[in-house]
Structures are given as C-alpha cells and as structure tokens.
Design a protein around this ligand. Structure first.
Ligand SMILES: NC(=O)c1ccc[n+]([C@@H]2O[C@H](COP(=O)([O-])OP(=O)(O)OC[C@H]3O[C@@H](n4cnc5c(N)ncnc54)[C@H](OP(=O)(O)O)[C@@H]3O)[C@@H](O)[C@H]2O)c1
Length: 319
C-alpha cells in the first residue's frame, strides 16, 4: 500500500498538520468527526468532505458504533460521488463499544475492523482506536489482533480513546507498535485534564486527578491527544456556544472573535490548538458553513492572557 503525503500543498491549506504520535502520518490539527452524519444524504456529506479538504482538514473520525454503521456507509457513498482520492485523506475508526458491554477480544477487533473497511469501501484504515477501556481486556489478544490487521495491510497505526496513563502503559507493554493517539473529552467547558494539574495538592474539587495526569503523560511520550466534543459541555448535554449556562464564557469568546474577525466557535477551537500539547480538535458539526468558520481557528494565536481568560470565564478559579 502506498501512502501519498500531500503536505507540499500546505501553502494553500489553512489547517496545520500534526504528525500523529511522531509518526509519518500527517493529520490535520482539526478533524471532522463523523458521529452525527448517519442521517445526512450522501450529497450533503460529500459537500462536508469537499469543504473539509478545501480548508485543509484531511482527517475523518469514525466508529463502528456511529449510527450503527450508517455513518461509515454514508461517508463511503459520499466519497464515491466526489473527486477526493482515498490517499488524500486520513481515515480513522474505532471499535470496542457494543450494546451493554465493552469488547476488546481478538475476534471482535478483527471482525469489526473488517466490517468497518467494507462499510467505508476501503482497503485500509490509517488509524484504528480502541474506543473505551475494557476491564475484561486480555492484552495478548489485542496484540494478536493488531498484528494481524497490521500485517495484512488493513490498519497502518493504532491508538486508544478514554484511557489513563497506566492503561496505556499496560496495553502498550504487550504491543509491537507505539500507540499514537489517545482521544479524550476536552473543551473550554470540560477541562478536567487541566484543572487537576493547576490545583495540585489542593483540597478542592478541581484538584482531584481523575485521569492519572493523562495530559502530561501523553506529552512526555509524544502521544497525540485528540479532543472529542470540542464544543460541548457535560456528557453530550449540548454546545456551550450561545448557551445560557455559560454567559461569561460566551461574552469572552465573542469579544475575542470580533477582534479576530472570526466566530466564537473558531476561538473555542483555537483555545484547544493553542495548548503546547499540540492536540487535535475533533469537531462534529454537520454544517459546511460552520466547518469553514471553525477552520479559521488555525490563524488565531491566543495570548497567554486570552487563554487563561477563557479558562476562567468557563467558571474555573485559578489558585
Ligand atoms: N472517543 C469518544 O469516546 C468520542 C465520544 C464522542 C464523540 N467523539 C468524536 O468526536 C466528534 C465530535 O464530537 P461532537 O459531535 O460532540 O462535537 P462538537 O463539535 O463539540 O459538537 C457538534 C454539535 O454541536 C452543534 N453545534 C451547535 N452550535 C454549533 C456551532 N456554532 N458550531 C459548531 N457546532 C455547533 C452541532 O450542530 P450542527 O451539526 O447543526 O452544526 C453538532 O450537533 C464526533 O463526531 C466523534 O467523531 C468521540
């Protein structure tokens, strides 16, 4: 399988590239998340894909779970309608969440990936992630599944989602490949990964380390963090943009947006991209216009003062 890296087109592209986990996979700093596209028409998904490429987004995030497989199917139909070549994009999908349980058995990982490839009408995935930690995981089985998928050319690289550092260390110690990615919930209104590090040893809620310092771990190991629900608060409770729950945050985002001739959404994504961990922001809009506006995040460089102002405006108190 030949991989064509078209990064020499960079001048034309707005969204920067990140080498996933230090590998040669050059993925855009903003990723189009495909969780919400299952009910869209192939025409509209095609328009989203074309818009993504136009603004420099070359990476698309799927999961076997999204729309019960329908998101991957409609994505493949949309790709078939357009001019975008498979090698121009980075395709990532996930497996491991099944109805009522988690499954990281070898049989399931291999079968699920083969079904993903069929639905996406492709021979290979650029990246496969294990969707959630599975306490019944047998790491030897995961290693065998990964080896089989890699050796057959079906998957180029691997990662995880929602794992803590020790889970990554444990699994990684059985694998012949580096885990390149950890996809984690993070947004201006969901900042646990940062709160605990800013409030070390303090007797308050924000000081509780719920993730084992995953941010510092990933930076230390050169693992790329991808942020899911980059514009949401809570667990799928809605976007904080324009929400009555976040009046101060919206005021600050809108002010900085005006100063940069951009939207509040673009500033909220610029806030993620500004972090020196070089995270990728996964965004889930189904609207071309919003995607285009969000891509403007790439040209916004927030100052330290602005970054912390946004953090505080979301209700966080610095020690
Ligand atoms: N690894 C995991 O466990 C996990 C979990 C959840 C999600 N994910 C991934 O992360 C991706 C992103 O998650 P998400 O869909 O929750 O992302 P998001 O970008 O935070 O939210 C997108 C949603 O917000 C709405 N929205 C409202 N106002 C908006 C505005 N001004 N700008 C942009 N969007 C606005 C969008 O509606 P419109 O469509 O109308 O714009 C869409 O429904 C998913 O697609 C999936 O790939 C991973």
């Amino acid at each position: 399988m030949r991989y064509i890296d078209k990064t020499d087109q960079k001048e034309k592209e707005m969204v920067q590239r990140i080498h996933l986990g230090g590998s040669n996979i050059a993925a855009s700093a903003i990723i189009m998340g495909c969780m919400r596209i299952s009910e869209m028409s192939p025409q509209n998904v095609n328009a989203l894909i074309e818009k993504s490429l136009e603004v420099g987004i070359n990476t698309f995030d799927h999961a076997d779970l999204y729309g019960g497989g329908a998101s991957e199917e409609v994505f493949a139909k949309a790709m078939a309608m357009g001019q975008v070549e498979r090698e121009e994009i980075i395709l990532q999908s996930k497996c491991g969440i099944r109805p009522g349980f988690f499954d990281s058995s070898k049989e399931y990982i291999v079968t699920s990936t083969e079904q993903i490839l069929k639905r996406l009408h492709t021979d290979y995935l650029d990246v496969l992630l294990l969707h959630r930690p599975d306490t019944l995981m047998e790491p030897e089985e995961v290693a065998e599944a990964f080896r089989q998928l890699y050796d057959s050319g079906k998957v180029r690289a691997f990662g995880v989602s929602n794992m803590n550092p020790m889970q990554m260390e444990f699994l990684g110690s059985f694998l012949p490949y580096k885990l390149l990615v950890n996809q984690l919930q993070f947004s201006a209104a969901h900042t646990g990964m940062i709160d605990s590090g800013l409030n070390v040893n303090m007797k308050k809620e924000a000081g509780i380390d719920r993730d084992g310092s995953i941010l510092e771990y990933c930076r230390r190991k050169g693992i790329t963090i991808q942020t899911w629900s980059s514009l949401q608060y809570g667990f799928f409770e809605g976007t904080f943009l324009g929400s009555d729950r976040y009046p101060e945050l919206n005021l600050v985002l809108e002010r900085i947006a005006r100063e940069n001739n951009a939207t509040a959404g673009a500033v909220a994504i610029a806030w993620i991209l500004r972090h020196p961990a070089k995270m990728q922001a996964v965004v889930g809009t189904t609207k071309e216009k919003r995607l285009e506006e969000i891509a403007e995040a790439s040209r916004i460089s927030l100052t330290r003062q602005e970054w912390y102002e946004i953090y505080r405006a979301a209700g966080n108190v610095l020690p």
